[in-house]
Design a protein around this ligand. Sequence first.
Ligand SMILES: N[C@@H](CCC(=O)N[C@@H](CS)C(=O)NCC(=O)O)C(=O)O
Length: 339
Amino acid sequence: MSDGREGNSAYGHKAFKRSRSHFADRITADGRDGWPVEAGRYRLVVSRACPWASRALVARRLLGLEDALSLAVADPIQDDRSWRFTLDPDGRDPVLGIRFLSEAYDKRETGYPGGVSVPAVVDVPSGKLVTNDFQQITLDLATEWTALHRPGAPELYPKERRDEIDTVMAEVYQDVNNGVYRAGFATDQREYDEACTGVFRRLELLADRLAGQRYLVGDTITEADIRLFTTLVRFDPVYHGHFKCNRWKLAENPVLWAYARDLFQTPGFGDTVDFDHIKRHYYEVHTGINPTGIVPLGPDLSGWLTPHHREELGGRPFGDGTPPGPVRAGEEVPPRGRP
Ligand SMILES: N[C@@H](CCC(=O)N[C@@H](CS)C(=O)NCC(=O)O)C(=O)O
């Protein structure tokens, strides 16, 4: 499992470098890459443990794409063949009929030497992987899949705000989303110091920004909020301990903790989060940095459901739209993964 550590599966002596997605075809309204948007044709494969895949889980819920784009949830614990469908009956994804996500990669390209990563979108009729481009998948769900959005779906990547959203997302990616990984997988002190310092410097800037406004860009939820949320929700359960990002805990930063709770309690965010999958994945899989594989019992998660008072800042979470309905039957997070 590379988890982005190129050419060094044992987390040995190379600086952490996230791999670029190799399969970057896009599913678009006009089908220009050969993959037109089509209801029921594609399957989104995620791990609920993975922050990059969790972006797609949230976007799919907010946009109401559950009927159009079906969902496969992989076991949070990979084996040496990577992501597997051991949570499903007979260990097989019921729609794709495969046991390992790598089978969809193999159908697309034989002998592909890179890692098998989530999120992945698979073409159901051919069983081929279409894309594992975690940076593009959610943007395309927001802008290319519009014909299949639910009535009242929010605009997650509004045209008039794209420059600002892109700037914020780039900073959040570099220092926060990926910064915690660079800190966690650092193999020398300087590399760790630099990454960890960058994480908290950026978080403090984001807290200043969010002190007076409910969301990162404008007064509605956008893709930028989804991307910050997926890191914040993992912060105290894993990044604080496992990745040594421990200057302070999320729950000790009043602004970011309230912001994260506000999103968690918004339909489409918290109802996609499985803390059990998150904790077991990181602590059991990364044996290079946690050789015993012991999963800590804490932290206490009950705080996620406490009042956040962020509505006092105003804001219109869904803009002119509405919140998504309840989680689809069969897609609920089991009680042991919830606060
Ligand atoms: N590096 C991935 C980004 C997504 C990612 O790192 N996903 C992780 C899970 S959080 C994964 O699947 N890692 C397994 C691997 O890369 O072998 C990509 O190139 O698309």
